[in-house]
Design a protein. Structure first.
Length: 304
């Protein structure tokens, strides 16, 4: 069986073990305000496909992470800034370990989360390239036959429009150029590059990838922004270049449905329903302090 055929059938052969999956969303630290935060659009994106969210604290201990990772059904590394911290590296290694033991545990990276996965897999915090792709909507150029044969893009024809219309919302200064990726053995042995986009200088960078033998997926663009980030600074800047068309919103939701579908295929659960309810992001403290760049953020006080 070819590697492509093997991974394409990876998902279909697995039963649904969890009807209402819970996703651990990795928080970021706000240096100015001294708290943890999660941009609300990531939680809304998870919820758009029937998932629920809990916070993974930015500086979670390994004991906290072990407890969380046996309770949640997948992990989302969201956008933001900075290199992977110790918690992110631990989660990445633990996810691979779980999958190696036959526990189908998915990881999704968006923008910075994509970059973290590149850095962690390469074992090199300096592997990223400068990319001119801030506040630009782009098309995808699917690689090889991955539009139909990859687990991610083979999931739905809803993604086909991404090849024709500039829908993907890009807000990044870093990334990895396709040529650089192809020359990095640790990356090519682990991931298939599913699609590229061109930055403003016409350079092709990796826009979407999936691990060959693990349920690890990453996109350099922001599916959560199309339906949920409508902030407008009235100057023609900030969020005005996000596509809010029906097609863009449907593709956003389809990415979420794919990821949540992956998360349904493990039986992780919180042992105590009261602990689960306390962890779920059902009634978070919300702030508009980052508007219009983020419409809303969930904020969590932390000990100094």
């Amino acid at each position: 069986t070819s590697a492509v055929t093997k991974v394409a059938s990876l998902r279909e052969s697995l039963p649904i073990l969890t009807r209402n999956p819970i996703i651990g969303i990795h928080a970021h630290r706000d240096a100015e305000h001294g708290d943890d935060f999660i941009v609300a659009s990531y939680l809304k994106w998870v919820e758009s496909a029937g998932g629920r969210g809990v916070r993974i604290p930015y500086n979670a201990s390994t004991a906290e992470l072990d407890e969380l990772l046996k309770s949640v059904n997948g992990v989302l590394f969201p956008g933001g800034s900075g290199d992977p911290n110790e918690a992110a590296e631990y989660i990445y290694n633990k996810a691979i370990e779980l999958n190696d033991k036959g526990d189908h545990f998915p990881v999704w990276g968006t923008c910075l989360g994509f970059e973290w996965l590149v850095q962690l897999t390469a074992g090199n915090m300096s592997v990223l390239d400068s990319v001119d792709a801030d506040n630009i909507s782009s098309t995808l150029e699917f690689q090889h036959n991955y539009k139909g044969s990859s687990r991610l893009f083979g999931y739905s024809h809803n993604f086909d429009v991404l090849e024709k219309k500039a829908i993907t919302a890009n807000f990044h200064f870093s990334g990895i150029l396709k040529a650089h990726f192809d020359a990095t053995a640790k990356l090519t042995s682990f991931y298939n590059v599913l699609a590229t986009s061109d930055d403003r200088q016409g350079r092709a960078y990796v826009a979407a990838m999936e691990a060959k033998n693990y349920p690890i997926y990453a996109v350099q663009f922001h599916p959560e922004k199309n339906p949920y980030e409508l902030g407008d600074d009235k100057t023609g800047g900030t969020m005005n270049l996000v596509d809010h068309s029906e097609e863009a919103i449907v593709t956003s939701q389809t990415f979420a449905h794919f990821f949540i579908g992956e998360a349904r295929r493990n039986g992780h659960t919180f042992a105590d329903p009261a602990v689960e309810r306390d962890a779920l992001l059902l009634n978070p403290t919300l702030s508009s302090r980052s508007y219009p760049y983020f419409e809303s953020t969930l904020v969590f006080p932390v000990e100094p």
